[in-house]
Design a protein around this ligand. Structure first.
Ligand SMILES: Nc1ncnc2c1ncn2[C@@H]1O[C@H](COP(=O)(O)OP(=O)(O)OP(=O)(O)O)[C@@H](O)[C@H]1O
Ligand SMILES: [Mg+2]
Length: 459
């Protein structure tokens, strides 16, 4: 059996030798690095089972090693060596996700114990991941990418509700995947073999929408030269997807309500009632409850449509999904174009993770499609990203074009500035928080807070 690899990062030669000897004897394969930056690179290359790192090191210190490694792999197990003077920092680090710390000097037994505990944890994590993947497979969610907690909740909800007959309201910002989720629910329901019929309620004027939904009889209005079945009839036995349902005019809302209550439609200009058996999944980016309060949406219809509400989180609330999605789209477009692209460079990923993604997954998808077209090397690099991602600061005119209020525009502008400033600051000081704080004239806590807020790699 292959030996388990354990990475040790310490600037003291003696420590490295000592650990190496112990690990060898215990049957592990030690990987040794004498500085933080090199440690991170080694981690990325070799994916060791466990990483041990000293806290105090010149250049990138142990805390920064911990943070960076866990950005690369959120399940990474990192153990910190700590001297008496750094115990407090070590405790802090455990709160930030370090597996444990071990005081210096330590015995071979102590080291063995903590590594064995970490490996047990590793196996549990892997078992969990395997189970999770199996589950995901059974439900055929393979085209929905996401590993973040909010997306796990979405998957859970889909599993619970897909097989039911309940009407579902999918709520989320533009490009969050509302239609994708609706199709997935249909595909996992008893109605999967029948039609999934989408209607965009926002794109048609009222009278056309009405005949689109309910159909019309010949001669019902000028231009109705032939009888036409509506989308509810077409969806019979299947699912009808009412996209942007908040845009249905009040008068049509009344008619729609009747269809849902009586399970019958009447074509425009007709007097016959036709039975329909459809499940309705609707979607909106608006706040329907608020619209109900304002009298712009019928309360009774709202409750009919919203038997189960399925909120989709915006991409900026689940940054952990960004690398996954980016790679998902990279594979897709690379395959389509026949280009041999192996990956996305770390700087590029960093920019992708830091961007606020107002257009959510669809915007990310477009960005990756463009990057693949432009790519000239094996890796996607920052030059292949649109300028707006490289320079997050938008011109005021662009903010106005986005329909932002002065207050919101100002905040966005300031945030973009703050972020860029911080990236430059940390780069100048090679990630040294104390020096960065000094230059910026703020305390270390503020710098840490900002790093967290803007999700900046601190190295
Ligand atoms: N979790 C995801 N995994 C993979 N692809 C996704 C995911 N979410 C969205 N997409 C893709 O992003 C694009 C936009 O998704 P979709 O059209 O479902 O969003 P939407 O919420 O309906 O957007 P809009 O409000 O603009 O209509 C689609 O190409 C979809 O396949
Ligand atoms: Mg849509």
């Amino acid at each position: 059996m292959a030996k388990e690899r354990i990475l040790v990062v310490d600037d003291e030669e003696d420590m490295l030798e000592n650990c190496s000897r112990i690990l060898d004897r215990l049957g592990y394969e030690p990987l040794l690095e004498s500085d933080g930056g090199k440690g991170v690179v080694r981690f990325e290359q070799e994916h060791p089972m466990v990483t041990l790192t000293d806290l105090r090191m010149p250049g990138m210190d142990g805390l920064e090693v911990l943070r960076t490694i866990r950005r690369i792999d959120p399940d990474a197990l990192v153990i910190l060596f700590t001297a008496f003077a750094t115990v407090e920092t070590a405790v802090e680090a455990v709160k930030e996700g370090a597996f444990d710390y071990i005081p210096k000097p330590f015995s071979a037994d102590q080291l063995q114990l903590v590594i064995e505990r970490a490996l047990t944890q590793r196996r549990l994590l892997e078992e969990n991941r395997r189970l999770r993947e199996q589950l995901t497979e059974t439900y055929r969610f393979e085209n929905i990418v996401g590993r973040s907690r909010p997306m796990a909740q979405v998957f859970d909800l889909i599993k619970k509700v897909a097989a039911s007959e309940a009407n579902i309201l999918v709520v989320g910002e533009s490009g969050t995947g509302k239609e994708l989720i609706a199709r997935c629910i249909h595909a996992n329901s008893h109605r999967a073999a029948r039609a999934f019929v989408p209607v965009d309620c926002a794109s048609l004027p009222e009278h056309l929408l009405e005949s689109e939904l309910f159909g019309h009889e010949r001669g019902a209005f000028t231009g109705a030269i032939a009888t036409r079945r509506g989308l509810f009839e077409e969806a019979n036995g299947g699912t009808s997807f009412l996209d942007e349902v908040g845009d249905i005019p009040l008068q049509l809302q009344a008619k729609l309500l009747r269809v849902l209550q009586e399970r019958q439609v009447r074509r425009v200009g007709g007097n016959r009632f036709i039975d329909v058996d459809v499940r309705v999944i609707s979607a909106t980016h608006q706040n329907l409850a608020e619209m109900v309060q304002q009298g712009r949406f019928r309360e009774d219809l709202y409750y009919r449509l919203n038997v189960i509400s399925l909120p989709l989180p915006p991409l900026r609330d689940r940054p952990g999904d960004i690398p996954l999605l980016a790679y998902h789209f990279l594979r897709k477009y690379a395959a389509q174009s026949g280009k041999e692209i192996k990956g996305i460079s770390p700087e590029t990923l960093e920019l992708l993770e830091a961007y606020p993604w107002a257009g959510n997954v669809r915007e990310l998808q477009n960005v990756m499609e463009r990057a693949v077209v432009l790519a000239e090397a094996e890796m996607i690099n920052p030059v292949e990203l649109p300028a707006s991602l490289r320079l997050p600061q938008k011109a005021p005119a662009a903010l106005v074009a986005d329909h932002l209020s002065l207050k919101k525009a100002k905040r966005q502008w300031l945030e973009a500035f703050e972020r860029e400033y911080l990236v430059a600051l940390l780069k100048k000081h090679q990630g040294n928080i104390s020096q960065a704080a000094k230059t910026a004239g703020v305390d270390r806590k503020t710098i840490h807070r900002l790093i967290k807020r803007y999700r900046i790699a601190s190295a």
